[in-house]
Design a protein around this ligand. Structure first.
Ligand code: BGC
Length: 769
């Protein structure tokens, strides 16, 4: 396996310059703050291969759908987060020669380091020109997690063996495009621009959606830490502003350019205030200066880590990877704005359009629930609540009742356009209901149900009630023509997972109905009137629950993934020649569909969600059956298998599967890191440790742990925020130590024994072998 980065506890290190893998490193070195993000592109000009990427959260362009064969019901557009203004830009000329790593005679001592502890990117190298001039460069940059609008760059240039003249040209370049644009179209129009002495701004607006954004930038320079006067020449071109200046430098002088950037969009301010606001934020940032801005940013990261770090001793590769995953998740979503969500690639690439998938509810929610105050996770639920009307329109479009949440969305409207997924991968609805259950169970914020949850539960239940098919001969309800989470089967009947979760969705809705009636009667009457729920409707739901059909393999006592699964030739992944894997790159689609191979957790996803309903023997039988048939060609898959493996005592298997998820991007397992990082599956990696190895669950409203430790680790520890408490849990080969750093007394369960946890009075429990 190609090893891309050096192992380090807190850093992602590229050592030596790797132009052929530059896109991979650009993805790995991405920075973001929940409001914007950039790939690890270079500041100076670079003529080699690169995917320039800069993204503004929530700004999207409705790219006209492109499909081979149009089906009625397809959405008109696929929302894409447009590649936005490159604000990093800093062209450098040394004695009139452009500084470009791709054109250098030699690049020495190149390093690109992502420092996760403090949240910055550092790059250093010495560039040798054709005429043997050597110049040392060091660049540090960060996107502030304290001021959402601000980014800052410190770019130092040191001529090692010559005196010369350096031309510096900081710029904002909005003349960019998406590589994944369907019609090779550019997504932005220019609105306004200025460039004056040491200051510039550029205002652009997305076509069709009119998201207006202003980028403003100011800069200054020092030589050997003393500010110097600079005389600039403004440059204005189409969607581009720059300001150029020349400085004479002597051998071994250090010229440092500080570039500050502010990014402000009309998602938060009126169009006519954008420039003013951008200037205001920019002035505040440049008045503070690079160091002070960085220090406040560093302290904010310190706080994040003190609440969400996972420490692993004895396995530096595992340590690096889990921190990388936590770091990226915190860079992607901060929960400040309920209109934002978590795209599968976050701010690290264009693939998946930056939109929301079921990944958020199924994989990401637990991470945010446990590592941040509950209001952060709640925003993800409110996001879906706010899209309820659109989800109802979506169901109506398919001739169904209630609400069908979209498979892919930016604003609540469906963007996905493959019929077998758009119309059939309807299990996503249950994941959205499950997130409500999960949130309430975790936080005990029961009133959320009255405020938001119940309406979503009712409308998703209505969808299921209208989507089921009553089979009069069998006196059973069936769900026909679906795609389960395993996308290597389409248009199947009675996907066990979908039927199970649909029925669960109905059950939970009835449970909440009863709860509201008993405990919140005023809300109950308000909501039942608003939603027009009748006794008959509830009875119908109950009938569906009672008579739902579940495919089952009798001889093995295993849940059957869908009707007819056992008609397929039963092969095992280990029987496949390695050269044929991954199947999706080597087999024709129909061959995949006809095979028994499973893309991702399907039955196992159900066992994970409804964990409390199945005993260990059932989990074991199903794991033993499905695991050898699963190719894990979705990054979302190994984490779920790893968690179940841990639970049923297959500790080595759990670790093997964990490794597959943890270093997916760092080691470029799937050969696609260049497209961007797998942000949503990173939350699955976090679950593999906390749920899988730590055995963390909420059982009967109580926090429970049932840990084991992978053989190669000497110890590990993680933190859990739980109902206004912060717990730190450390596990080594002998002991489990549970400490509550703050919060009120809490009853917990470890390996089925009860304890009362009090603040700063740690429990020490012997590890079970
Ligand atoms: C998976 C889906 C997932 C999507 C985005 C697909 O490959 O099969 O379950 O929602 O990727 O991550």
């Amino acid at each position: 396996m190609n090893k891309y980065v050096k192992h380090h506890e807190w850093e992602i290190i590229e050592e030596g310059f790797h132009p052929n893998d530059n896109r991979v490193y650009e993805s790995l070195m991405s920075l973001g703050n929940g409001s914007m993000g950039i790939r690890g592109n270079f500041e100076e000009d670079y003529s080699g291969d690169s995917l320039q990427g800069s993204y503004v959260a929530g700004v999207y362009y409705p790219d006209k759908t492109r499909v081979g064969w149009w089906k009625n019901g397809y959405p008109e557009y696929f929302a894409k987060v447009p590649n936005a203004t490159n604000f990093l830009g800093l062209s450098i000329k040394i004695n009139d020669e452009i500084l470009d790593l791709s054109k250098a005679k030699e690049v020495k001592a190149f390093k690109r380091i992502l420092n996760m502890k403090e949240g910055y990117l550092l790059r250093s190298f010495t560039i040798v020109s054709e005429d043997e001039r050597e110049t040392e460069i060091e660049v540090k940059r960060f996107i502030s997690i304290v001021s959402n609008e601000i980014a800052a760059i410190k770019y130092s240039i040191k001529p090692l063996n010559y005196h010369g003249e350096i031309t510096v040209c900081p710029y904002l370049d909005g003349d960019v495009k998406n590589e994944d644009s369907n019609y090779d179209e550019k997504f932005w129009n220019e609105i306004d621009k200025h460039s004056t002495q040491s200051f510039m701004d550029l205002t652009l607006e997305t076509k069709k959606t009119a998201f207006r954004t202003t980028w403003a930038s100011s800069f200054n320079a020092t030589i050997n830490n003393n500010f110097v006067n600079i005389d600039t020449d403004p440059i204005l071109k189409d969607k581009y502003v720059a300001s150029s200046f020349k400085i004479k430098v002597s051998k071994m002088d250090t010229l440092t350019i500080y570039k500050y950037i502010s990014v402000v969009s009309n998602r938060y301010y009126d169009n006519n205030l954008l420039e003013e606001k951008a200037h205001e934020f920019l002035k505040e940032a440049s008045d503070k200066g690079f160091e002070d801005l960085f220090q406040e940013h560093r302290r904010a990261w310190e706080k994040h880590w003190s609440e969400s770090d996972i420490e692993i001793k004895g396995d530096i590769a595992a340590q690096q990877s889990i921190r990388f995953n936590i770091f990226q998740l915190n860079q992607t979503y901060t929960g400040e704005d309920p209109r934002l969500n978590i795209g599968p690639k976050g701010f690290t690439g264009e693939k998946y359009g930056g939109s929301t998938y079921w990944d958020t509810e199924a994989y990401c929610l637990p991470f945010y629930l446990s590592t941040a105050p509950s209001k952060i996770a709640k925003q993800l639920l409110i996001y879906r609540y706010n899209h309820l009307e659109k989800a109802k329109e979506n169901a109506a479009k398919l001739g169904l009742r209630g609400a069908l949440y979209p498979m892919v969305t930016m604003n609540g409207e469906e963007c996905h356009n493959e019929w077998e997924i758009t119309f059939e991968e309807i299990h996503r609805n249950a994941a959205i209901s499950y997130a409500i259950y999960n949130y309430v169970k975790y936080t005990e914020d029961e009133y959320h149900l009255a405020e938001y949850g119940f309406e979503v539960l009712v409308e998703t239940s209505r969808f299921w009630a209208s989507r089921v098919n009553y089979n009069t001969y069998k006196d059973k309800y069936m769900i026909l023509g679906v795609t389960g989470p395993n996308e290597y089967e389409n248009n199947v009947n009675n996907n066990w997972y979908t039927n199970t979760m649909a029925s669960w969705n109905l059950e939970y809705t009835i449970e909440v109905y009863t709860l509201l009636k008993e405990k919140y009667p005023a809300d109950f009457y308000r909501l039942t009137a608003k939603l027009n729920i009748s006794k008959e409707e509830i009875e119908k739901w109950q009938d569906i629950i009672d008579k739902m059909y579940y495919p089952h393999i009798e001889e093995l006592d295993v849940f059957q993934q869908q009707d007819g699964y056992m008609d397929k030739e039963q092969l095992m992944v280990r029987d496949l020649p390695e050269a044929e894997l991954p199947l999706n790159q080597n087999w024709s689609w129909d061959r995949i569909l006809r095979s028994c191979f499973i893309k991702q957790a399907d039955v196992l996803q159900g066992l994970f969600f409804l964990n409390h309903r199945f005993d260990l023997a059932t989990k074991k039988r199903n794991f033993d059956f499905y695991e050898p048939r699963t190719v894990h060609e979705s990054s979302l898959s190994p984490c779920i298998y790893s968690i179940i493996a841990g639970e049923i005592g297959y500790h080595e298997k759990a670790y093997e599967l964990y490794l597959r998820t943890a270093r997916l991007d760092l080691d470029n397992y799937n050969n696609d890191t260049e497209d961007g990082l797998h942000i949503t599956s990173m939350a699955g990696t976090w679950m593999s440790i906390v749920y899988g190895f730590g055995g963390f669950r909420i059982k009967d409203s109580k926090l429970t742990l049932s840990p084991f430790i992978p053989k190669t680790w000497s110890s590990y520890s993680f933190k859990i925020m739980f109902r206004k408490r912060l717990l730190s849990i450390s596990i080594d080969k002998e002991n489990i130590r549970v400490n509550m750093e703050y919060g009120e007394e809490l009853p917990i369960e470890v390996y089925d024994a009860y304890y009362d946890l009090k603040v700063n009075s740690p429990l020490n429990i012997i590890m079970k072998r």
